[in-house]
Design a protein around this ligand. Structure first.
Ligand SMILES: [Zn+2]
Length: 253
């Protein structure tokens, strides 16, 4: 159930009965020449609503912009700094928790948000007695960004937004200034990479591997999403049952 689609009177009744709420979080960033900028937040929203409907938990409106400055050279990409993003997510959770719920299940569609979300979870658990569980909106072993798997997910969830005729297979760039690159590293070293360092199409995965967005199918996307939703639902049921006191930090020895 989408909490923003009911009146405050209905919300009052719902929030009296549950102490757990789902929050989808995503991004608005380039996803290759063929997938919509909204890919991550549409995925988070769709998966969160599937889970919410099945386990009977309210779902908050999706946070559509995240930590995506590494995609900034690609037109249409939007981003917030990690500190602004953390404060904004925290404000949404604190306002929701003022109406009752103290357990939150974040379904995150964008990997770049993860470090910031973990910081919010630590702060709220230690300072506000609020428990946040953060899971990804898709399985962690996808083939890459806007590759076969992610494109398939979009073909399943929002086929009208995918331009398969524009999809391209991409091999990640192999060097930066003549130094060999490994996935998101230059030589053995991390650096402040932008996506454009790795790939001119915006599609990327592991170094040396061809990422085959053109192979995507809706059936493959359906398989990925359904299996993942099953897993998230099983966890959401456990989270629903868990006692808040037992999820909060232990007392000092
Ligand atoms: Zn994505």
């Amino acid at each position: 159930m989408k909490l923003a689609e009911v009146s405050w009177v209905e919300a009052q009744a719902i929030l009296k009965k549950v102490d757990t709420v789902i929050l989808p979080v995503g991004s608005t960033e380039q996803h290759g020449p063929h997938c919509p900028l909204a890919t991550d937040h549409l995925t988070a929203e769709a998966v969160a609503n599937m889970v919410g409907d099945r386990v009977k938990l309210p779902v908050l409106p999706v946070v559509p912009v995240g930590v995506s400055s590494h995609h900034r050279q690609f037109p249409g990409t939007l981003w917030a700094s990690p500190s602004v993003f953390r404060e904004y997510v925290k404000a949404i959770i604190l306002s929701a928790s003022s109406h009752g719920p103290k357990k939150f299940f974040i379904i995150n569609g964008h990997g770049g948000n993860t470090p910031s979300l973990k910081e919010v979870a630590e702060d709220l658990r230690s300072d506000e007695d609020i428990f946040l569980a953060i899971a990804t909106a898709y399985p962690t072993k996808l083939d890459g960004h806007a590759g076969e798997d992610e494109t398939s997910i979009m073909l399943y969830l929002r086929p009208q937004l995918v331009k398969m005729e524009k999809a391209v297979d991409t091999k990640q760039n192999e060097a930066l200034a003549g130094i060999r690159m490994k996935t998101q590293k230059v030589g053995p070293a991390d650096f402040g990479f932008d996506t454009i360092d790795l790939s001119t199409t915006g599609v990327f995965g592991a170094a040396g591997k061809m990422i085959e967005a053109t192979k995507a199918t809706a059936a493959h996307g359906e398989e990925i999403v359904k299996a993942h939703v099953d897993e998230l639902c099983a966890f959401a049921e456990e989270l629903k049952k868990a006692k808040l006191e037992e999820l909060l930090p232990k007392p000092h020895k």
